[in-house]
Design a protein around this ligand. Structure first.
Ligand code: AMP
Length: 400
């Protein structure tokens, strides 16, 4: 069984072809600058193996249809065809917002497309781009089953006391203003991996999953289900991220409008693109921040402090929410690679019996690594996330 995973952005198209027998990546590719004067495509056949072959193209790529055709040519055409078109069994699409309509991944039909469209107001940048990818794939792969895998679906088990905002109730009833949460595919994936490593049923495992990348969120997982998460109506709430503020006093908006004459759009752009680590110290990559701290940069030090303190507050809060915690799991770019962030995010959690083995924590591993001591009351693990594989597995499971 071969599954093509598609993540369609507004001007980009990421794809991966997986052989589900071995769960290995046959092709991974990225098309960028779609619709611009000069487009870019990087296609890697059998990435990371001796058979790796990289193809790079620089040419105008007018739209997603052209982008997908180029990708198909590289996968299924030419001298060294990787697989024939009719070998592709199914296509899995990443869709950011399923609103309250989708509690799990779903085979795409006209009703599903309409429902994704109906959720555009909740994700005005992402859902239209995801829909474009779906429509192009339906056109180019007629008859091949296509599955939508939603970032929000895993969090649909969050109970009302955690998803309701204390706002006039009509806003929820009429406009569906509530917490949805994101990164669900990643949280679900690492939760599943963690339960398997612990040798427990997922449905009997309690965890705090900590996804720290350029965007970041933490989820409380009770008996395998999401019961709370830090992101909200949009992916802006919660943690301090690369360029996103995370939690702020909502009155900051009125303050800025009244005292600085800022418009709604300016405030929105500032909170999403000019805040977070970048807002605090001018850098949004954690590697640069550590370097700057070594060179005595005070603001970089503050940024690291604010980011890790927020992580720690939420980890502790969710441990309180869960009562019993089998594991804390770190994942994504920072979570997988940054021992300093992990260590500082766990500071003070000795109250819960969390003990980190700093020697092991300092190690780099591309596979799951336990960083807590053997006598820690809660196991702490680093587990690499793999959203493409997660989407491919979801697609396979839904079709079976
Ligand atoms: P992601 O969104 O999961 O791809 O994560 C991207 C972020 O991970 C980057 O912006 C960096 O801040 C961070 N990152 C990646 N590699 C490292 C590393 N080796 N050490 C610290 N942070 C890293």
């Amino acid at each position: 069984m071969k599954i093509l995973v598609i993540n369609s952005g507004s001007s980009s198209l990421k794809y991966q072809l997986l052989d589900m027998e071995s769960e290995s990546v046959m092709v991974s590719g990225l098309v960028e600058r779609i619709g611009e004067e000069k487009g870019e495509l990087t296609n890697k056949a059998f990435p990371g193996t001796d058979r790796q072959k990289v193809t790079e193209l620089d040419q105008p790529i007018p739209d997603h249809n052209a982008a997908m055709r180029l990708a198909i040519d590289l996968i299924c055409g030419g001298d060294d065809t990787i697989c024939s078109l009719d070998e592709i069994t199914a296509i899995g699409h990443r869709v950011v917002h399923g609103g309250e309509d989708f509690h799990k991944s779903t085979v795409i039909d006209a009703d599903v497309i309409n429902a994704i469209e109906a959720n555009v107001p909740l994700a005005p940048l992402h859902n239209p781009a995801n829909l474009t990818g779906i429509k192009v794939a339906v056109e180019l792969f007629p008859g091949v089953p296509q599955v939508a895998v939603f970032d929000t679906a895993f969090h649909q088990t969050i109970p009302p006391h955690a998803y309701m905002y204390a706002l006039p109730y009509e806003l929820y009833e009429k406009d569906r203003v509530r917490r949805y949460g994101f990164h669900g595919t990643s949280h679900k994936f690492v939760a599943g991996e963690m339960a398997a490593i612990l040798g427990k049923e997922l449905s009997e495992t309690n965890m705090v999953t900590v996804h720290l990348g350029n965007g970041g969120s933490i989820t409380a997982v009770e008996n395998g289900k999401s019961v709370d998460t830090t992101m909200g109506l949009t992916p802006l709430e919660g943690l301090v991220m690369g360029t996103r503020s995370g939690d702020v006093d909502p009155a900051i908006h009125t303050f800025l409008a009244r005292n600085k004459g800022m418009t709604i759009d300016e405030i929105d752009a500032m909170l999403n693109k000019e805040s977070g680590l970048k807002g605090l110290c001018g850098m949004n990559d954690m590697r640069d921040i550590h370097k700057a701290i070594e060179e005595g940069d005070e603001r970089a030090k503050i940024a690291l402090g604010v980011q890790t303190y927020r992580n720690r507050k939420y980890i502790a809060a969710y441990m309180g929410v869960l009562g019993r915690v089998d594991a804390i799991v770190f994942t994504a770019g920072i979570g997988e690679n940054d021992d300093i962030v992990r260590s500082r995010s766990l500071e003070g959690l000795s109250l819960f019996g969390v003990k980190v083995d700093e020697k092991v924590n300092a190690q780099r591993a591309k596979k799951p690594l336990k960083i807590s001591t053997d006598d820690s009351a809660v196991a702490v693990w680093v587990i690499p996330t793999n959203e493409e594989l997660a989407i491919a597995r979801e697609t396979k499971n839904i079709l079976q």
